[in-house]
Design a protein. Structure first.
Length: 581
């Protein structure tokens, strides 16, 4: 009996131990999950229908404009050595998690806010302006998320009440069922199928289509923002890091709650936009003639705000509408010019997937260069914008300029093929292509050994890059053309370019690189990221070209010229990169 009792006691003890062990494991899992949830950026950016955003903005705000108060945030910890290296990317942090988790405002902390709008690169320009202005005013920047969408769902500029409503419409509330139902991956329903749908089915189709046409991420998903915030110390007289306060929700209700605003009428000063270029901010930091600075040139802007007057505002929160445009925030003093240059040139791309995909494409290009026996090293990068207004009208002109530039690059390559002048002269005498180019500015034609593609017939097989480039004269350069043309190898507008420069590459030629991006989903909403990463991948690869030519007035070109290309070619002259003039 005693043996049996002892055995039962042992069994009971073992059972209790197992239960205790399972409880400890379960508690650990809950703890880890809770930590993850705390860091996940909110996607329910908008308040309920009870918000009175429109009422707030329908009021006339002159000197009594509503203002929001906020306190400063602790500076983020310095980035590690791995994070400082652009080519290493962001390997130490989940890119979809905000690096600026929720916190309470600090005593006496003052804030700067704005309303983001437009596409990716316009939002980036706006962010740079906001970071500069926050530093110049010694205020904490309320950092909004990055909004990415298909063209039809872009946040176009409107007056603040409408723009706030556009943000409010980007809500994941009550549409969670759309996460795993993406109509964009299915064939579009026919008219007959639409007629046969119930009202509820049509409603769900519309909601889920809209659901997958936009997403948001923290800015740190793409860029090393912490590096800029901390590295600015010592630049242009900056004695402390730029402070930020994460603003995952763009509603005023969220602002008042999280910044502990008690009286919006006295704590928030709002600068209403009645047009896209309502105000510019004049840098009068080194002049005693404030009236002259404000009353002088305004350009396309309705009026000017003096930096000194913004510094003097007592409200806890200065809330702007739009801060977009490269000339919106003026920089005249040496300190402010240094600050502008620092922020612009240190907006390092560190999205690991894009960097990996770019590296893979570079390896592919080098293999192609060797296989097709190109005489020049590397490749040339170019950008051609064709969509929207003036860009659409100027396609023939801009394309012709790119082709002329490519001719000039061939001439340049010919003179640099050898360091020995004697061999260079001999080559010029023997090379019929060089003879044709010398002394002539007329467009030339490189005849590809492959057949020309009739792009008018969408069913006809299109020659691949290798089919076109193999057998072309060795001086015909490898060219990567970043463009918004949907099917570049089939588009009639690019026919002449491809015939004269058969070694032209497009992003669609790099399937292995695209496969890296195709698998990425935003874990917060399940939206596939490929449509929103293609443009940045396109720009990043074009910036790797040894020379680059872009499209004038394009913010996409400006981004490559001002950010990406200089970071990849720090020792090259500025003349190696330019927009079409």
């Amino acid at each position: 009996m005693s043996t049996l009792k002892s055995s039962n006691g042992t069994i009971i003890l073992k059972s209790k131990s197992r239960i205790l062990f399972l409880c400890l494991v379960f508690s650990a899992i809950l703890f880890v999950f809770a930590v993850q949830i705390e860091w996940v950026p909110h996607l329910n950016y908008f308040s309920s229908s009870n918000d009175d955003t429109s009422d707030t903005f329908n009021q006339q705000h002159d000197n009594s404009s509503p203002s929001l108060s906020a306190s400063s945030s602790p500076s983020p910890s310095p980035p590690t050595e791995g994070q400082l290296l652009q080519l290493n990317g962001n390997k130490e942090h989940n890119p979809f998690l905000t690096m600026f988790p929720p916190r309470l405002p600090m005593d006496q902390e003052r804030f700067l806010a704005y309303i983001p709008h437009s596409g990716f690169h316009n939002q980036l320009i706006t962010l740079e302006n906001a970071l500069r202005l926050a530093a110049m005013l010694n205020r904490t920047l309320l950092l909004p998320p990055l909004h990415m969408s298909q063209k039809r769902q872009a946040l176009v500029w409107k007056e603040p009440p409408v723009l706030f409503q556009q943000w409010a419409d980007r809500s994941r509330t009550d549409v969670g069922y759309c996460r795993d139902h993406n109509p964009l991956l299915l064939p579009a329903p026919t008219r007959k199928q639409l007629r046969e749908m119930t009202d509820q089915q049509r409603k769900e189709l519309a909601e889920c289509t809209f659901y997958h046409q936009w997403t948001v991420t923290p800015w740190t998903y793409f860029y090393d923002i912490p590096k800029i915030l901390t590295g600015v110390v010592g630049v242009g007289g900056q004695t402390e890091p730029i402070r930020v306060f994460g603003r995952p929700n763009m509603s005023l209700t969220w602002l008042e709650e999280h910044l502990q605003v008690k009286d919006p009428s006295t704590e928030i000063y709002f600068f209403n936009d009645t047009n896209r270029y309502e105000y510019r901010i004049a840098d009068d930091s080194e002049t005693s003639d404030t009236k002259g600075a404000v009353g002088g040139w305004t350009g396309r802007y309705s009026h000017t705000l003096a930096l000194s007057s913004l510094l003097a505002r007592p409200e806890r929160i200065l809330h702007f509408g739009s801060l977009f445009a490269t000339d919106r925030v003026e920089a005249n003093s040496p300190n402010h010019l240094a600050l502008k240059s620092y922020i612009s040139h240190n907006m390092d791309l560190w999205n690991q997937d894009i960097l990996d995909a770019t590296k893979l494409a570079e390896q592919q290009i080098e293999e192609w260069r060797i296989a097709t026996k190109r005489s020049a090293p590397g490749f040339l990068g170019a950008h051609l914008r064709t969509a929207d207004g003036i860009f659409e009208r100027l396609v023939p002109t801009n394309l012709g300029r790119i082709m002329t530039w490519l001719q000039e690059m061939i001439k340049l390559d010919q003179t640099m093929t050898s360091n020995e002048k004697r061999r260079s002269i001999l080559r010029k005498r023997q090379d019929p292509l060089t003879k044709m180019l010398s002394g002539s500015n007329k467009p030339f034609t490189i005849t590809s050994t492959t057949r020309k593609v009739k792009r008018q017939d969408p069913n006809e097989t299109v020659a691949t890059f290798l089919e076109r480039c193999t057998g072309a004269p060795s001086v015909s350069p490898l060219v990567f053309l970043s463009t918004d043309v949907r099917r570049p190898r089939q588009d009639p507008a690019l026919a002449e370019l491809l015939d004269q420069f058969p070694c032209t590459m497009f992003l669609s030629d790099f399937e292995a690189s695209l496969q890296i991006l195709k698998k990425i989903q935003n874990p917060t909403d399940g939206v596939f990221m490929l449509p929103y990463m293609i443009a940045l991948m396109d720009a990043n690869l074009a910036a790797k070209g040894r020379h680059f030519k872009g499209t004038v007035r394009s913010t996409f070109t400006a981004y490559i010229m001002n950010h990406l290309w200089p970071s990849y070619h720090p020792n090259e002259p500025e003349s190696a990169v330019s927009a079409l003039l």
